[in-house]
Design a protein around this ligand. Structure first.
Ligand code: GLN
Length: 200
């Protein structure tokens, strides 16, 4: 069975492991280069992107992660994880780097103080008829997307909060905390497809 890693440097690692395992995946926390070379897909959790970035460099995994992303490994990032996947970050802290791969511009902490955290239902036909109950916690928004990026979720005001680009997925919100399993299921399908295409 494919092995799925959850980047375990900082953030809500356990919640992602629980969803992935509930879906039957062989999921494990990863934080070292040799662990990253042994996985078939990766989830980057929510948390604080500037901390995840610093620790990724301190643990010497930034390059391994960039290499695996460039190689086409499926990766799903939620919130801070989406920021890590973005090619460009606005309102980054000084010196903050992303891994990149997803051709989007994201803005950190894009919602004002009153909306620091909020919940809303969002229609996402790609995931089925049932709307997604989305929890936003000091969340980023996607301010622009490149040609190859598919927008799968928008707020009522049009702001982009869920995207997909080939094997990469990102959401501004946290399906891992609400019992929403469809994003992880979609991600696991990408992992299965990617493993099958390598075996051919
Ligand atoms: N504000 C955080 C950041 O910039 C993201 C918050 C989250 O992941 N819930 O990384």
């Amino acid at each position: 069975a494919p092995v799925v890693g959850v980047l375990a440097l900082q953030g809500d690692v356990r919640e992602h492991l629980a969803v992935l395992r509930a879906l039957g995946a062989d999921a494990r926390p990863v934080r070292r280069p040799e662990e990253i070379s042994a996985i078939d897909g990766l989830v980057i959790p929510g948390g604080e992107s500037s901390v995840i970035d610093k620790l990724a460099r301190a643990f010497g995994v930034q390059q391994s992660l960039r290499d695996r992303i460039a190689d086409g490994m499926p990766v799903y990032g939620t919130c801070a994880g989406l920021i890590m996947l973005a090619d460009e970050i606005r309102d980054a802290i000084a010196g903050q780097q992303s891994l990149g791969g997803l051709d989007v511009v994201v803005r950190r902490n894009a919602f004002g103080t009153q909306l620091d955290s909020f919940e809303t239902d969002i229609a996402m036909p790609e995931l089925g008829d049932e709307p997604v109950h989305a929890v936003f916690i000091r969340a980023p928004v996607v301010e622009s997307v490149g040609e190859g990026v598919e927008v799968i979720g928008r707020l009522d005001d049009g702001r982009i909060v869920a995207v997909e680009q080939g094997p990469l997925m990102g959401t501004s919100f946290h399906p891992e905390v609400t019992g929403e399993h469809r994003f992880h299921a979609r991600f696991l399908q990408k992992v299965a497809d990617s493993v099958a295409s390598h075996a051919r």
